[in-house]
Design a protein. Structure first.
Length: 392
């Protein structure tokens, strides 16, 4: 495997590690009394401020133009990928347990697969080994994520974590309070979590469509987060008009919004946008189950949570299903006529069913790093005659 082939999977694993940390700090901030609407608004505004300079440095000469059509596409993406996704998730989290909420988010690969296949953006060939691996892997991955909340099993006897966070333990709700609430409220919370995943799946598909018209992931991420921040601020003002909820001190609230804004939205959205353009929406969404595994480890190490047999079995199935899908996706990409050789030469571009050079599956079609790490020269053009995105 060429080095450039390792960039997307490594990038997505790092994104999931960042998201796991985001779950820990956001949970502690919410338990400490922070409004979820304010947390979401700060998250997106800080993300926009962080990613805007990155977009200017790496994409100011990309040739991508922000037209009215592009702005409309980014606005719609901000509604589904940021505002609806995050608001529905945090509101639903109030009526259900964090374990169930985290497990339900793993319906995302299945929802994305169905949407992408229905729009003919993802190839499904059940008669081929690659197609069978993608279908079976998706089922195994989602099935494994469902085992975790519904089968507990005995507690695994592990050594005590040396990095237990006392602040988190002091603000954690009691077990009775955490699981209180009627059955109707729990069902409503679960429905909201699934609706959040549906909104996120729509964002994955929209990103692929938008890549046909605008291939600057950092710029689109900055604009999207700015729009989402304004939208979430409006929602927060409508839900709670008190100015006090917006105050931040040098405490967990400030630290959480900085981490969530920079890592969770700024870096996370930008990297996912790039990976969607070079590998497709299903490939990116299939990394989301890894979050369960990492959160379980972080929860044990930092928050002192217990790991049960059900969590271990479910995590193993998640990883197995993930690699089945990645294997199938890799087989499909290896057989594409537009696949580049190690020397950079290849046949006619082939990828998603969109405009060739922008929405392709080629790993180097869009550079995720500064030009010093790019395999293309600064002035090299793609097959459409325009400059490659991400080069100076």
């Amino acid at each position: 495997m060429a080095k450039k082939d390792c960039v997307p999977p490594v990038a997505m694993v790092l994104v999931q590690l960042g998201f796991a940390g985001m779950n820990v700090v956001s949970k502690v901030a919410l338990d400490a009394g922070m409004s979820p609407y304010v947390l979401i608004a700060y998250r997106n505004l800080i993300a926009a401020a962080f990613i805007a300079p990155v977009a200017y440095l790496f994409e100011r000469r990309s040739g991508a133009k922000v037209t009215k059509k592009v702005l409309l596409q980014i606005f719609i993406s901000s509604i589904f990928g940021a505002t609806l996704n995050q608001v529905l998730y945090f509101v639903g989290l109030k009526s259900t347990t964090p374990t169930v909420a985290c497990a339900l988010t793993n319906t995302l690969p299945a929802l994305t697969f169905v949407m992408a296949a229905a729009l003919k953006m993802e190839t499904v060939r059940p008669g081929t080994p690659a197609g069978q691996a993608k279908l079976v892997g998706t089922a195994v991955c989602v099935g494994g994520s469902m085992i975790i909340p519904f089968y507990k099993g005995p507690v695994l006897r592990l050594w005590a974590s040396p990095v237990h966070w006392r602040f988190a333990a002091e603000h954690a709700p009691s077990p009775v309070a955490a699981h209180s609430g009627g059955g109707g409220g729990a069902i409503a919370g679960d429905v909201l979590i699934i609706a959040s995943c549906a909104a996120w799946a729509v964002w994955f598909v929209l990103q692929t469509r938008m890549a046909e018209d605008f291939s600057a992931p950092y710029t689109s991420t900055a604009i999207m987060c700015l729009m989402a921040g304004a939208q979430c601020a409006g929602v927060s003002a409508a839900m709670d008009r008190s100015i006090d909820v917006w105050k931040l001190g040098f405490d967990i609230r400030l630290y959480s919004v900085l981490y969530i804004g920079i890592v969770g939205s700024g870096i996370g959205f930008a990297v996912m946008s790039w990976c969607i353009q070079v590998r497709g929406p299903l490939y990116v969404s299939m990394f989301s189950p890894l979050l369960l595994v990492v959160v379980a480890i972080f929860g044990w190490a930092i928050l002192g949570e217990k790991i049960r047999v059900g969590s271990a079995i479910g995590s193993a199935l998640i990883v197995a299903g993930l690699y089945m899908v990645l294997w199938g996706k890799g087989r499909e990409m290896d057989k594409q006529p537009g696949r580049l050789d190690s020397d950079g030469k290849g046949d006619e571009e082939a990828g998603f069913k969109g405009k060739p050079a922008v929405a392709s599956n080629r790993v180097d079609a869009i550079s995720p790093l500064p030009v010093a790490f790019s395999a293309t020269s600064p002035n090299k053009q793609d097959d459409t005659g325009g400059p490659r995105n991400g080069t100076n």
